[in-house]
Structures are given as structure tokens and as C-alpha cells.
Design a protein around this ligand. Structure first.
Ligand SMILES: NC(=O)c1ccc[n+]([C@@H]2O[C@H](COP(=O)([O-])OP(=O)(O)OC[C@H]3O[C@@H](n4cnc5c(N)ncnc54)[C@H](OP(=O)(O)O)[C@@H]3O)[C@@H](O)[C@H]2O)c1
Length: 332
């Protein structure tokens, strides 16, 4: 229930949306959650919802998994080593005040390295072999790299980790998502994508690599693909969503953007605030508009400046290119 009139709450939201700093920072989260009277995400009816969260040993992924467990959902998390998996389960038990045995009944981990497409195939095959239900995937894992490197699959790693590998994982698990509908696929994008248009010829930064630009291009591609997925598969009970968390203090931000962290330190969200809309998308029983970009529990515009507008033909070319690079065609 809104504590103030909905029109006033909407006005506050729009005023925040007109800025970047206030909207993305903890100020935006505090104002919106207060004036709109958000129900705590942990109070949502998550009981039994089974959510797969990639990169959940750290930052936003960890906060998302914790919120899902706190809402009585089940969290299947991916990590890159057994050690990180065990540490994460222990941390979840500690933070939620539960016994580790109790956490193991509600949470599990498996290994997944998005920089190797064979790892994605292996992970998906194990999932399908176990015949586990899947109510939502949160494509959270990601990183910003200072230098250009190619993966063992011969793709630029920012593009592979954020775009190609999650696309492959969704494709491989699509039969399960459709069978377990209503289900959701949620991609964690970034407000950084507002700075970059979609250009399929440069999505893997072939010659002009700059870490922040490559990252923004990959995040723009995630949002474009979200719409494409919704257009192509939306009628089958699977919802496709992208969410940007604003600016949140996480180990990833500390290590890859130390200057930004120093500059914005006091106004950064904490990881739970950054993860709020991600967990909300995974858990809310509300019917949501499909194929949209979300921030602070509302759909948002995908472009803030006209020169980033996406040509529909370019979006089609992206789909074809990613299918080729992932070696999959979800329609088949
Ligand atoms: N924090 C923000 O303000 C912010 C803003 C916009 C968007 N985001 C997005 O939010 C997501 C989470 O970021 P974060 O800030 O929480 O960063 P983080 O603390 O560094 O967490 C990133 C997670 O991704 C995993 N990961 C990295 N490379 C991987 C790979 N090749 N295969 C599988 N997992 C991999 C990491 O695992 P390891 O520990 O093994 O490296 C870690 O679990 C990212 O997609 C990021 O782009 C964050």
C-alpha cells in the first residue's frame, strides 16, 4: 500500500528518473521504497520457488540468493570453485541465522564458468539429468575487464560472459522453463548501457577495446536480446526481463572501478538494495509486462538519448550473431 497518493509517488519516481545520480544511488532506492510503500522482498510469496542465480558467491548474486532463501524460496547458485560454493552456503547460513543442514535443503551449488561454453553445456546437462524444476534464472554473473582477452572459445570475454554464455544457458534450459511455466528469465544489466548504441559489428570490441565501453556494449546487447526473447518465446509462459541495479557497493565495483567507488562511496546502494528488483522479479506473483528493462520495481525506458536508439533490423542481426557464436538456435 502506498503511504502517499499514487500520483505523488509516481511524481517522485519520475523526478528521480530524470536524474542519474539520485536515481541510481541509495537516495533513489530510499525515496522510491518509502513513497511507494514497497513490501519487503523477503515477505513475497517465494515458498518453493526454485531460482537459479549465476555468480552468487559475491555482491548482487549473493544478495539475490539470500533474499530468495529469506522468502522461503529455493536457491540454486553457480560458482567457479567448490571452495566458493561451500563458503557461500556457510555465509548464507550465518546471515540468515539458520543451521547449515537446513540451508543445504533449500540451497545448492554447482560449478559454471561462463568463459567456457563447454562448462555451460556441462552445467545444463547436469541440470536436465537431475530433472529439477526451474521457476527463474537470474543471469547475474559478470565482470568489467581492463584488457581485451579472448576465451578458449575464441570470443572476446566480456561479450561471451554477459551475452553469449547466458544466451546458451537459456536456450539449453528453455524446455524446462516452458514445462515449469510460469517462469522467468532475468538478466542483470547495467545503467552503463545507456551510453552505448547497439552495433553488432562492434559488440565484441574487435579493435577498439576499452573495458567500460565493452561492458556497456554487452549490457546493451543483453537488454536488446531480452526483448527478442520475449517477442519470439513470450507466449509460452516464460517471461523475459532485464534489470539494472543502479550503483551498488560490491567486491566487483571495488576491484574494477576504484575511482568510481571513491567518488560515489557514500551514496552507493548496499548489495541488498541493488538486488531488490532482481529478487522481486524472480519472486513476485504480479503479472509483469514482458521483455522490459526494470529498475526499482518499474519498467524503464531503454534509451535516455536518441542516438542510442536500436534499429529493429540491428536487433535481428544481434540475435543471429549470438546464435552463431553460441552454436545454438533456440527455435530448433
Ligand atoms: N554493483 C553494481 O553497481 C552493478 C551495477 C550494474 C550492473 N552490475 C552487474 O551486476 C552483476 C553482479 O555484479 P557485482 O557488482 O555483484 O560483482 P561481483 O561482486 O564481482 O560478482 C560477480 C559474480 O560474477 C561471477 N563471475 C565472474 N566471471 C565469471 C565467469 N567467467 N563465469 C561465472 N561466473 C563469473 C563472480 O565469480 P568469481 O567470484 O569466481 O569471480 C561473482 O560471483 C554483474 O553482471 C554486473 O555487471 C553491477
Amino acid at each position: 500500500m502506498s503511504r502517499i497518493r499514487p500520483s505523488l509517488a509516481r511524481g517522485v519516481d519520475l523526478a528521480l528518473e530524470g536524474t542519474v545520480v539520485l536515481s541510481f544511488s541509495r537516495v533513489g532506492y530510499a525515496l522510491r521504497s518509502t513513497v511507494e510503500g514497497w513490501e519487503d522482498v523477503t515477505a513475497l510469496a517465494g515458498t518453493g520457488r526454485r531460482v537459479l542465480v549465476t555468480g552468487a558467491n559475491s555482491g548482487l548474486g549473493y544478495a539475490t540468493a539470500r533474499a530468495i532463501l529469506a522468502a522461503d524460496g529455493q536457491a540454486c547458485i553457480t560458482v567457479r570453485t567448490e571452495e566458493k560454493g561451500e563458503q557461500t552456503l556457510s555465509a548464507l547460513a550465518h546471515d540468515l541465522g539458520r543451521h547449515i543442514g537446513e540451508i543445504r535443503e533449500l540451497a545448492s551449488y554447482d560449478l559454471l564458468d561462463l568463459a567456457e561454453l563447454s562448462s555451460v553445456h556441462g552445467f545444463a546437462q547436469r541440470w536436465l539429468d537431475r530433472g529439477e524444476r526451474l521457476d527463474a534464472i537470474v543471469h547475474n554473473a559478470g565482470a568489467l575487464f581492463a584488457d581485451r582477452e579472448e576465451t578458449v572459445d575464441g570470443l572476446e570475454r566480456t561479450y561471451q560472459i554477459h551475452v553469449v554464455a547466458p544466451f546458451l544457458l537459456t536456450s539449453l534450459l528453455l524446455p524446462t522453463l516452458i514445462a515449469d511455466a510460469p517462469s522467468r528469465v532475468i538478466s542483470v544489466t547495467s545503467g552503463g548501457m545507456y551510453a552505448e548504441p547497439l552495433d553488432v559489428t562492434r559488440v565484441d570490441s574487435p579493435t577498439d577495446y576499452r573495458g567500460t565501453v565493452a561492458y556497456a556494449r554487452a549490457k546493451r546487447a543483453q537488454v536488446t536480446l531480452t526483448r527478442q526473447w520475449a517477442r519470439r518465446f513470450g507466449g509460452r509462459g516464460v517471461g523475459f526481463h532485464a534489470a539494472h541495479p543502479g550503483w551498488a557497493l560490491t567486491p566487483g565495483v571495488e576491484s574494477s572501478l576504484p575511482g568510481f567507488r571513491r567518488l560515489t562511496g557514500p551514496i552507493l546502494r548496499d548489495a541488498s538494495q541493488g538486488a531488490d528488483t532482481i529478487a522481486w522479479l524472480a519472486l513476485t506473483p504480479e503479472v509483469l509486462e514482458d521483455g522490459r528493462l526494470w529498475h526499482d520495481r518499474r519498467p524503464r525506458l531503454e534509451h535516455k538519448v536518441p542516438w542510442t536508439r536500436t534499429d529493429p533490423a540491428e536487433a535481428e542481426r544481434l540475435w543471429d550473431r549470438v546464435c552463431r557464436d553460441a552454436g545454438t538456435d533456440p527455435h530448433v
